[in-house]
Design a protein around this ligand. Structure first.
Ligand code: ATP
Ligand code: MG
Length: 394
């Protein structure tokens, strides 16, 4: 029944002179989402609003599902559009629309009519009254309630006539591309895809880095991370995923450093390498899925040791969330099922039985010197041999 959508956006409405930049980014992200849908769509800015018009047959549910992934959208309103603004025609269409949209007529409603041209023969008050009356005559169970109606029916007479009454919530946030770029440390776990989603929601474009340790970690473990990136890319747009072979660095740490400090030292090298790639690719920060206290490497002491090697801001949007809260978000964004697939991660391969929970930074630094002879070459080789995969939304 619907041929188009009116897109409502919240925060970006308040950005003054920058407003058009935000709107353009939103339009671009909407186009990206529409490309994943069957059918052809036109996305247009008009009268300070954004409309998505289907140019032929399309799958309504699929279109709504994909529009729900576009940050910056606060509401998606499926609409009927009329070219002809003759009032009898409008009335007929509204009644027909109402009949199909609400099989159960035992409801209260209020009409919100607007005309953008004063030349239209009826003003908004008259439009409200006449359309309301037409509906009451058509459906005897309907009642008007101007204070707290079940249904708000919008009829807008502009270049075309727009009729809508449903607002499907969008994801909120800001359109991706309006707030720089950051580098996500993406593992195969539950937390890091959620962290990428949360930062991306603030308009930040993301790239990602994944450390693997072949042959200790498998091709399937890597594919799992690619799949997670593809799921996050539904929201964030395409992700450049840099895959780093971390095996020799991990083996060197294993050989030369105390085993209860392995994880911390390894995490410090991950951060250093991620930061190098981030600087080369114009990222303005790092993102991790860390949450205080979740594991030994995420106590306040451990985080302080890891963070010590970073000069860039590190964003940790899951920091104050409990595991269950993170899981809820991962279920909502569709990464959970993939995250719980049981493939080995490079962190778990060389993990100590009793990792330190209160690492001492100066001791960690001293032990890192054990690596002095080899580490620069190993890091250079790891960086030189990185594989970059452009991951698009699934
Ligand atoms: P996640 O669920 O995100 O894997 P986790 O609970 O397993 O998190 P850790 O393994 O301690 O926690 O990792 C903490 C953070 O470090 C991760 O959220 C991620 O950002 C980063 N990280 C860990 N392992 C890797 C890896 N192999 N490649 C890239 N980043 C990683
Ligand atoms: Mg992990």
């Amino acid at each position: 029944m619907y041929s188009s959508f009116l897109i409502k956006y919240a925060e970006i409405g308040i950005k003054g002179k920058n407003r058009y930049l935000f709107e353009n980014a939103l339009v671009q992200q909407i186009k990206y989402a529409c490309k994943r849908c069957e059918g052809e769509f036109e996305v247009r800015k008009a009268e300070g609003r954004i409309y998505v018009d289907a140019l032929g047959d399309f799958d309504y549910d699929e279109a709504v599902e994909n529009l729900k992934t576009v940050f910056g959208i606060s509401g998606i309103c499926p609409m009927i559009q009329l070219e002809d603004n003759d009032f009898e025609n409008i009335k007929k269409t509204v009644i027909d629309y109402f009949d199909k949209a609400y099989p159960d007529k035992n409801k209260t409603f209020k009409v919100f009519a607007r005309r953008s041209r004063k030349s239209y023969p009826k003003n908004s008050m008259e439009l409200n009254a006449d359309i309301g009356e037409a509906l009451l005559n058509a459906f005897s169970e309907l009642k008007v309630d101007v204070h707290d109606p079940d249904i708000c029916l919008y009829v807008e007479i502009r270049e075309k006539v727009y009729i809508y009454s449903q607002i499907i919530p969008g994801p909120g946030g800001m359109p991706v591309g309006t707030n720089g770029k950051a580098m996500l440390l993406l593992s195969g776990g539950i937390d890091s895809p959620v962290a990428g989603y949360m930062i991306s929601k603030r308009g930040v474009k993301i790239d990602a880095v994944y450390f693997h340790a072949p042959p200790y970690t498998s091709e399937r473990a890597k594919q799992k991370v690619v799949d997670l990136a593809a799921q996050v890319a539904r929201y964030s747009g395409p992700i450049y995923l840099h895959v780093i072979n971390f095996t020799d660095i991990q083996l060197a740490i294993y050989e030369k450093c105390p085993h209860d400090e392995l994880t911390i030292i390894m995490r410090r090298y991950m951060m250093r390498i991620a930061q190098t790639i981030a600087e080369e690719t114009e990222c303005l920060g790092l993102i991790t899925g860390e949450s205080i206290g979740q594991v030994a490497s995420q106590t306040m002491h451990s985080l302080a040791c890891t963070n010590d090697v970073c000069t860039m801001p590190v964003y940790r949007p899951c920091i104050g969330l409990d595991k269950q809260e993170i899981i809820s978000i991962s279920e909502k964004i569709g990464t959970y099922e993939t995250s719980i697939l049981p493939f080995e991660d490079c962190c778990t391969i060389f993990v100590a039985k009793h990792p330190v929970t209160k690492p001492n930074l100066s001791i960690i630094k001293r032990h890192e010197h054990n690596l002095d002879e080899v580490i620069d070459d190993l890091v250079k080789t790891a960086l030189d041999s990185k594989e970059t995969i452009i991951v698009k939304a699934k």
